[in-house]
Design a protein around this ligand. Structure first.
Ligand code: HEM
Length: 415
């Protein structure tokens, strides 16, 4: 017999989501003592799910699709229209393979080396500054890294403006008013700029290095044998550039973790494995991407609970990474937990779960980890700095969450 999914009262609970942010799912799950509950968001019924078993369900392509799942405001800012995030079936598989072809061992080493060089250049500048705001600096460093790795030429005096486009896109989905509209305008500008690059590469007006993003995506053939239209190619190239810039958020949290956990910092050295445990714990512990949306393709029951075709289903990433059944003392920052982690693809899901070749799990997770390790090593082993008095708090109802001061450093010294 069918069980009833616990249901939050109210005609629409979008306001509660804005108020509680990343903790909305966790708070309800605790109140209902349940890993799934029904609510109403953005004028429709939604089922929120969390946990390892729920993630495994969510990444079953036979049961869920992505088309029509992401809200318009997300498509118009963060994702872009026609991108891989909203594709299903063969079309998704084919497009995703193009992304994954860019993620070889060599290209990952390349991006790490580029990030290292860009950090050192930045640090040389910082020595002459009275203070450095890490978040803004990291955005610029990541923007340069992204362009160089993707094989996209950019003039020195354009970097700041372009970094600002990506920042506006990242900050827009949950924003209301001017910040939201700035995100839409920035997406428009970025898409037309990249679209022109693609067209120039295709006509031979511009050379592009083989094996790099700009070249690969300009000449990628769709299932019908045709090139992607230039607009879609631009959306997908931005699906590489924008999230690399977004790593600056994790870099800011990494600096916060180093500052607030000096005993963990002590243990690090420059041991690759320990750097890895530390950045994994940063990705688990701090909030970043709140939910991922999908819709059932057909009616089915799961553990006795009915799921109806078409209902909005949200997988709670933050709630899963802090699930008390999956993590010992989830509210403590303990990098060492990753030394004995069982590597379940559904329990630790800051960038989605499952198999990235088959499903929608983040294409850039390895890039993120490599860049975070490099950035952590840089902060801990290659520069010295003072962390002055400042407001390092972050709030769960700000998306993306960030330390309010954006992590200010003074007396930066670079050996
Ligand atoms: C998808 C998070 C960095 C490229 C995703 C998803 C999440 C995510 C939650 C959705 C998973 C799903 O739909 O099931 C993050 C976070 C990052 C990050 C927190 C940290 C900055 C990157 C980077 C790249 C990237 C560096 C590329 C270089 C993508 C792409 C997708 C994706 C292309 C769509 C995959 C698909 O739909 O099949 N990411 N990501 N991401 N990410 Fe990331």
């Amino acid at each position: 017999s069918e069980k009833e999914i616990p249901k939050e009262a109210g005609i629409d609970n979008s306001v509660a989501v804005l108020r509680e942010g990343y903790l909305y799912g966790t708070n309800r799950a605790q109140a209902f003592q349940s890993d799934l509950f029904k609510t109403r968001l953005l004028g429709q019924e939604a089922i929120c799910i969390r946990g390892e078993e729920a993630a495994e369900l969510f990444y079953d392509n036979e049961k869920f699709k992505r088309a029509g799942a992401a809200p318009k405001r997300v498509l118009k800012t963060l994702f872009g229209k026609g991108g891989v995030q909203a594709l299903d079936g063969e079309a998704h598989h084919h497009r995703k393979a193009m992304f994954m072809s860019l993620m070889s061992k060599e290209t990952l080493e390349d991006i790490r080396a580029i990030a290292s060089k860009q950090w050192e250049r930045a640090a040389q500048r910082w020595q002459n500054q009275s203070k450095v705001v890490l978040y803004e600096e990291a955005q610029e460093v990541m923007c340069r890294t992204a362009f160089e790795w993707a094989g996209i030429p950019v003039e020195e005096d354009e970097v700041k403006d372009k970094a600002e486009w990506f920042r506006a896109m990242i900050e827009a989905p949950a924003a209301i008013g001017p910040a939201h509209w700035k995100g839409r305008r920035s997406r428009g500008k970025a898409e037309s700029w990249v679209k022109e690059l693609v067209e120039d590469v295709r006509t031979g007006k511009r050379q592009a290095a083989e094996g790099k993003t700009l070249h690969t995506m300009s000449f990628h053939r769709e299932l019908n044998g045709e090139w992607m239209d230039a607009q879609t190619a631009a959306v997908e190239i931005i699906n590489i550039l924008r999230p690399i810039v977004a790593i600056s958020i994790y870099i800011c949290f990494t600096a916060l973790a180093v500052h607030q956990h000096p005993q963990e910092r002590e243990k690090l050295g420059s041991d690759e494995e320990k750097l890895q445990h530390f950045v994994q714990e940063v990705r688990r512990f701090y909030p970043f991407f709140p939910f991922v949306p999908a819709r059932p393709i057909k009616d089915f029951t799961w553990n006795g609970y009915p799921f109806k075709k078409g209902t909005l289903v949200l997988l709670d990433l933050y709630g899963t990474n802090h699930h008390p059944k999956l993590w010992d003392n989830p509210e403590q920052f303990r990098p060492y937990r990753f030394a004995t982690w069982n590597k379940s693809p559904f329990a630790f899901i800051p960038q989605g779960g499952g198999d990235r070749n088959v499903g929608h799990r983040c294409a850039g997770e390895w890039i993120t980890i490599e860049i975070m390790k490099e950035s952590l090593d840089f902060l801990v082993n290659r520069i010295d700095y003072t962390v002055p008095e400042q407001d390092l708090r972050f709030q769960f109802n700000e998306m993306p969450a960030l330390p309010h001061s954006h992590f200010v450093m003074t007396n930066v010294r670079f050996q």
